[in-house]
Design a protein around this ligand. Structure first.
Ligand SMILES: Cc1ncc(C[n+]2csc(CCOP(=O)(O)OP(=O)(O)O)c2C)c(N)n1
Ligand code: SF4
Ligand SMILES: [Mg+2]
Length: 283
């Protein structure tokens, strides 16, 4: 461990897999680490439970490489495939009941500010489209209305993947899924725009084919959430299992959608613009 901030609890030392020990010893903690450094250690242990070719695994690796301060970051997840691999990453993680994530994150952030006034602790929600865009949408939006200092990241696989493929608000118009045999009857929600209108100072739609851009967006969203207010990032995560394509085709799917409706796009408020200019000026 480089700076001693993240440690394996001594009684577990002799039963932890070597891969996890390597992650804690050689991970990004206390280092200036980014997407370009991916591959210098395993951000996500190989024995994770996500399917081969899962877009969530790719997005999570990129996100983990982009945290500005991983040792002082707490991820709040919620039920679904999106939450399955947090324990295979060296991240502080809370699992909340389905849909409650932004309420839990709001309370946690407020408590951390009181408990550690001299330190910066980032609270980042990472959840699926069903948890964030449907069932938890009320709590998500109220955290934005209240101006909570949290970043919210949606891993958008455009379906309820973990329960076998029901449509979500984020599924595209007409999409037929295992448990949506007649096709989606209304269009995909424009959540980045809704988030912007609901008080987020910065929102973005991200295609992981633009990996470096994803890194920058996630980092900026977390830094802005600290100082300015809520931020929202929506990342496309293709699901081979429910959308019935081969695991090795995931990158092709990303590139196809980048040409269509899933281009990386930012919605930047004037204060966020000033903030980004300040950050770039400090480099
Ligand atoms: C309160 C509640 N309602 C429903 C469920 C059943 N459930 C578990 S995962 C899931 C779908 C998750 O979809 P999404 O948030 O998009 O995550 P994904 O699995 O696609 O990553 C549902 C409906 C639950 N666990 N708890
Ligand atoms: S069902 Fe889809 S989203 Fe869930 S782990 Fe498998 S590929 Fe990933
Ligand atoms: Mg989903």
């Amino acid at each position: 461990m480089k700076d001693g901030k993240l440690k394996i609890v001594p009684v577990f030392e002799d039963i932890m897999p070597q891969e996890y020990i390597d992650l804690v010893n050689n991970g990004p903690f206390g280092e200036d680490y980014g997407v370009s450094d991916l591959g210098s250690f395993k951000e996500l242990l190989e024995e994770h439970p996500l399917c081969a070719g899962c877009g969530l695994a790719l997005a999570k690796r990129l996100i983990a490489a982009s945290f500005p301060n991983p040792e002082d970051t707490i991820v709040v997840g919620t039920t679904g495939c999106s939450s399955l691999s947090f324990t295979q990453m060296a991240l502080h993680n809370i699992h909340s009941i389905f849909g409650n994530q932004n309420a839990v994150a709001s309370g946690l952030k407020r408590a951390l500010k009181i408990r550690f006034p001299e330190k910066t602790k980032d609270v980042v929600v990472i959840g699926g489209d069903g948890g964030l865009g449907d069932i938890g949408l009320g709590m998500v939006m109220h955290s934005w209305f209240r101006g909570e200092n949290i970043a919210t990241i949606m891993l958008d696989n455009e379906a309820y993947a973990n329960t076998g493929g029901q449509e979500s608000g984020m599924s595209t118009l007409g999409k037929v899924l295992n448990m949506a045999p007649t096709g989606k009857k209304f269009p995909k929600l424009s959540l980045p725009k809704i988030a912007y209108d609901s008080g987020c100072v910065y929102t973005a739609l991200v295609n992981p084919a633009d990996a470096k851009k994803l890194g920058k967006i996630v980092r900026n969203a977390i830094l802005m959430a600290r100082e300015l207010g809520p931020t929202y990032v929506q990342i496309y995560c293709p699901c081979p299992t429910n959308f019935k394509f081969k695991p090795e085709e995931t990158l092709d799917k990303l590139k196809e959608r980048r040409k269509e409706d899933y281009k990386t796009q930012e919605f930047i408020s004037p204060e966020a613009k000033q903030f980004i200019e300040r950050l770039e000026g400090e480099k």
